[in-house]
Design a protein around this ligand. Sequence first.
Ligand code: PNS
Length: 164
Amino acid sequence: MIGGSTSAALIPGSFDPVTYGHLDVVGRAAACFDRVVVAVAPESSRKEPLFTVDDRLAMLVEVTDDLANVEVVVLEGLLATFAVRHGVRAVVKGLRAVSDFEYELQMAQLNLRLAGVETLFMPTTPDHSFLSSSLVREVARYGGDVSSMVPVSVARRLQARFAA
Ligand code: PNS
């Protein structure tokens, strides 16, 4: 284990819902930084969320409860200005595959331009490289087993959401 840590990191996302892939990145970032701020975006430009931002935040709070240096907040406004306002200089983003990279690179360069916020990419562990919130939603929508993809509390909320 490498010792030492470097202040704070921000992990933004829609988390609709949080998966074991997200938790892998959050947990590993929490081992590298003194403080990790997980920021839940109320909206995504790419899709209509399944869960409200309050539900997504509540799920994240529950499943990161064992990580003392992790806090969960709602992301307000632009990521770059939000990071500066929270005293965070570095954003951490998980990369599953090369296909993630193009979009993430654009956002990283934009955030650097807007407010000098750096982006550090963390490869997900191979176990989770296929996993995404949208796949989880799709499997759950048709009653499939998501227990290996999300924590049990999240699986229960998905079940309730699709039973409704
Ligand atoms: O989990 P997602 O949907 O890929 O997360 C995207 C997110 C929330 C990180 C991105 O949309 C974002 O940073 N939104 C905040 C508003 C902003 O700064 N937009 C400009 C960069 S796209």
